[in-house]
Design a protein. Structure first.
Length: 71
């Protein structure tokens, strides 16, 4: 019976290890998705700042305020 219980215990440990690995993989996937979302959020914020800065410079310098249509 010792051999049988050893085989059963080994099989249970193997199954438990597989479950733990699957859970760890899922946690890493969720963290990866969160990191990707944070990077996209930072990129979107920096693009908005750049565009707002360009608009402010254009308004301050009068760029586009007068257009010479005579050539």
């Amino acid at each position: 019976m010792d051999l049988t219980s050893a085989i059963v215990n080994f099989d249970q440990a193997k199954t438990l290890s597989s479950v733990q690995m699957a859970v760890a993989r899922k946690v890493l996937d969720v963290q990866q998705m969160s990191g990707d979302a944070a990077v996209k959020l930072i990129q979107a914020a920096s693009q908005g700042i750049n565009q707002a800065g360009d608009s402010l410079v254009a308004a301050a310098t009068g760029l586009g305020g007068q257009l010479d249509t005579y050539a």
